[in-house]
Ligand binder design. Sequence first.
Ligand code: PGA
Length: 254
Amino acid sequence: MRKKIVAGNWKMNLDYNEGLSLFSEIVNMVKDEVTGQQQAVVCSPFIHLYSLAQLAKGHDKVAVGAQNINDHEAGAYTGETSAKMVKSTGAAYVILGHSERRQYFGEDNKLLAVKTDVALKNGLKPIFCIGETLDEREAEQHFDVIKTQLQEGVFHLSTEEFSQTVLAYEPVWAIGTGKTATAEQAQEIHAFIREQVANNYTQEVADNTTILYGGSANPKNAPELFAQPDIDGGLIGGASLKSRDFLDIVKVFN
Ligand code: PGA
């Protein structure tokens, strides 16, 4: 059975102490309140990773991830952070292909395919984001956009590599806008994504792939979203900065 995951994406928020104190609260709440098999993942800025991983030690329901890595293994890339460095902090995941990285840092599918390879080679599980912009949806190109993002970003992976990868559908028009995709809209795309995985790999691989929804998810709308057959959890931005809200979303799977 595929894993249920609720991943927080802190983005560029929280200084070192603020991050540690939020994460301590999360670990304690997970310990006391999470009774299901789901995993809570917190994707923080690099500066927090090692300390959060220390706090997460011994708690199998909590894991830590980064929000980016460089596409090179090592070398003269001033200011960059490699997959190996991230892995050495104790982090298990890395978000790749987030729409903010695509939009503000010019990351395209070709670069993201390389980052995915580098992440997997260094033992990090990619949380690979895909999703259409508002213009693309209005032009009814969303299925094509998502198909291309999958084909160019992750479908070159071997079955074994792909099975380490989590997908996240994040319609760009729903990120940080308070405008969530309806449960039906999200389910339609998630089913389409799973079908693409089945076509490229096998039905069994598709059935085992965790596909998260992201975009203004909150404790109120998460129950309906997560009740959809092909939605296996969420990638949570704004609401992951409040321990109570984040935990209430994690607890949808209790
Ligand atoms: P949001 O962000 O929940 O604040 O919309 C989601 C994301 O960017 O991953």
